[in-house]
Design a protein around this ligand. Structure first.
Ligand code: NAP
Length: 447
């Protein structure tokens, strides 16, 4: 028996090593003066979650957050257990038997659906899959996107859509100094994409992308960008929203120059459209077009169809309409919001279970948003466990060993890390080139 209040004995499992999980580990260390023991589990052999597999490869300053998170993993009270999947290798009950508390921070890794005919045609692609592919996620290594098409539609006007458009619009040469896997750079260099339609179902005042991301589209050297002037017209409610909101005003200002006809030709062109809702993805055996309905907003701000349609002759549709979390076996889940219900991070109806990041609050905010989110969860956890006495269970390593699981340790990950850095030097390509195949990654961890 041991007192959890005596923080030396507090053992916490964090499931998911993305920003939310590692900020939670950091908060546990800080709020217990380094006394808590934290094991961070991840199904992948690599840490950093969306910093490695979601942040766009050409956003190097955001990717550098990994260097900060690395310090958390290197704290003597923190251990990394890569290649361990909750639900496959360990159960919720196993974790509750081994630890005083469990924090779930598994993110939101699947795409939301549009629910329109043709969504499953070959050539209709979830942005999550495309992002995983160019980020070198091992689950996406076998994807083979047909970039021989000339026109592509990207549905949704959030930051992920803008990332996807930028990667499609840049030359492979411009992307060579990023960590994009070599086979993806080759596929991008053979791309025949000439025109990218970026489509918002509401107006420019409702665009979700941030102003910094919008500006980057205007700064592309390889692509022109245009908005039809009439698409920038605002209804009275949107104009009032813009008046009150700096972010909206910033976006409108960034977009305004794009209403002028682009001066000169560039190899690629971005057509930014608003007031168009996807109605059907058309094609015989594969995507041949996207049918859109013109929209307007109701007084309450709801999207209304006008009955007026147009069809874009696109050969690929990238659906970038948001991510969602998946349920974890045995853990309460709200199917409407696709999140785990909680009070200040404590799982509602759970047993010494907590939640942080996108599976707690839904897929919103930037990487840094997870820091305060995780700190709140850890404050709740420590208050709950203060003074309580628990049975100290066996260590997770005994259980994993008994199951014959080959865990990827932090030292193993550093081998893979070094291999990727060496590969970049060999190819004369920036700081790192990712390995994107499970076998190559696991071989490198054992180097
Ligand atoms: P998001 O910001 O929620 O944007 C989703 C977009 O999809 C919205 O424009 C939304 O329009 C649209 N949409 C949803 N359902 C639709 C439907 N049925 N038909 C047509 N359009 C539909 O999501 P996200 O782009 O996936 O980004 C997720 C989070 O990651 C955000 O917080 C984002 O800022 C963050 N992120 C940040 C960066 C960065 O900081 N550089 C980069 C990438 C992602 P409505 O508004 O009309 O619903």
């Amino acid at each position: 028996m041991s007192h959890v209040a005596d923080a030396m004995s507090l053992r916490v499992a964090v499931v998911g090593s993305g920003p939310a999980g590692l900020y939670a580990a950091e908060a546990l260390i800080k709020q217990t003066d380094g006394a808590a023991q934290v094991d961070v589990l991840d199904r992948l052999p690599t840490p950093y979650g969306l910093v490695r597999y979601g942040v766009a490869p050409d956003h190097k300053s955001i990717k550098a957050i990994a260097r900060y998170l690395q310090k958390v993993l290197e704290h003597p009270s923190v251990r990394f257990f890569g290649g361990v999947e909750l639900g496959r290798d360990v159960t919720r009950e196993d974790l509750l038997a081994c630890y005083d508390a469990v924090i779930y921070s598994t993110g939101a890794m699947v795409d939301r659906h549009l629910g329109i005919p043709g969504e499953d045609l070959p050539g209709s692609i979830a942005a999550t899959d495309f992002v995983n592919w160019y980020c070198g996620h091992p689950d996406a290594a076998d994807h083979d996107f047909d970039l021989s098409v000339e026109e592509v539609a990207v549905i949704g006007v959030g930051n992920v859509a803008v990332d996807v458009v930028r990667i499609l619009a840049k030359t492979a040469e411009e992307l060579r100094d990023t960590d994009i896997p070599e086979n993806v750079i080759e596929a991008l260099s053979a791309s025949k994409v000439r025109k990218i339609h970026l489509i918002g179902r509401r107006g420019p005042a409702q665009a979700k992308f941030t102003t910094k991301e919008a500006r980057e589209l205007g700064e592309l050297g390889n692509a022109t960008i245009h908005i039809r002037p009439a698409d920038m017209d605002l209804d009275a409610a949107s104009a009032a929203e813009a008046e009150a909101d700096r972010h909206i005003r910033g976006n409108l200002k960034a977009m305004h120059p794009w209403t002028a006809e682009p001066a000169g030709e560039r190899p690629r062109h971005i057509d930014l459209r608003f007031w168009l809702a996807p109605a059907e993805i058309i094609g015989n055996g594969r995507v041949e077009g996207l049918r859109l309905e013109r929209t307007t907003l109701s007084e309450a701000g709801r999207v209304l169809g006008t009955g007026e349609y147009e069809t874009l002759p696109v050969g690929m549709v990238l659906r970038s309409v948001g991510y969602q979390s998946v349920p974890l076996a045995g853990v309460p889940f709200d199917v409407r919001s696709s999140t785990i219900p909680h009070e200040h991070g404590r799982v509602t109806g759970g047993t010494r279970e907590y939640v942080a990041g996108w599976i707690k609050r839904g897929p919103s905010g930037v990487v840094g948003t997870n820091k305060s989110d995780a700190a709140e969860t850890v404050t709740t956890l420590l208050a709950d466990l203060s003074g309580r006495t628990t049975e100290a269970g066996q260590g997770i390593e005994t259980l994993l060993e008994a199951r014959g699981l080959q865990v990827v340790t932090y030292a193993d990950w550093l081998n893979l890390d070094a291999t990727e850095i060496a590969l970049a030097a060999e190819l004369d390509r920036g700081e790192r080139v990712k390995l994107g195949r499970w076998t190559d990654m696991l071989d490198a961890t054992r180097a």
